[in-house]
Ligand binder design. Structure first.
Ligand code: HEM
Length: 121
């Protein structure tokens, strides 16, 4: 059985997700609540990983091949407030790309289970 790709379709497929991620990265880098975490990131690689991860989570035909969320964030001392700030920036990036809140809320809901492995403070 094929999975439900309705979120993927509603985000504008891989092209739409790429635009969202391209807006999302500068937003987190400019957000004083979390910008300090993102000063040394390799934008291209980080962006490509996020695109694949969001695409897969949205039910699209992609496979995220990066680290699992615990390993990727281990030792970073990320708090719930940091996590919520990042989720808010993602919502803003989706709004900028005319994603209806009914859809953006569904993607953010898919990220919720990652809070536990990511937050360590
Ligand atoms: C649902 C929330 C989040 C998701 C989906 C997410 C996703 C990712 C992914 C896919 C990677 C790359 C893993 C790899 O290198 O294989 C990563 C790395 C990273 N994340 Fe997150 N993350 C989230 C929350 C956060 C938060 C809240 C912070 C800090 C405020 C954060 C900071 C970082 C940093 C600094 C890196 C390393 C980037 C690099 O070295 O290039 N993440 N994250």
């Amino acid at each position: 059985m094929k999975g439900d790709d309705s979120i993927y379709q509603a985000l504008g497929k891989t092209e739409g997700i790429s635009k969202i991620v391209n807006d999302f990265i500068p937003l987190i880098q400019a957000d004083p609540r979390i910008s300090s975490f993102f000063t040394k990131i390799k934008k291209e690689e980080f962006g490509a990983l996020l695109i694949a991860q969001f695409c897969e989570l949205a039910g699209g035909p992609c496979q995220y091949k990066g680290k699992d969320m615990y390993d990727a964030h281990q030792g970073m001392q990320i708090s719930n407030a940091h996590f919520n700030a990042l989720a808010e920036d993602l919502q803003i990036a989706m709004e900028k790309n005319d994603v209806p809140s009914s859809v953006s809320n569904r993607l953010v809901a898919k990220l919720a289970p990652m809070q536990r492995p990511i937050v360590s403070k």
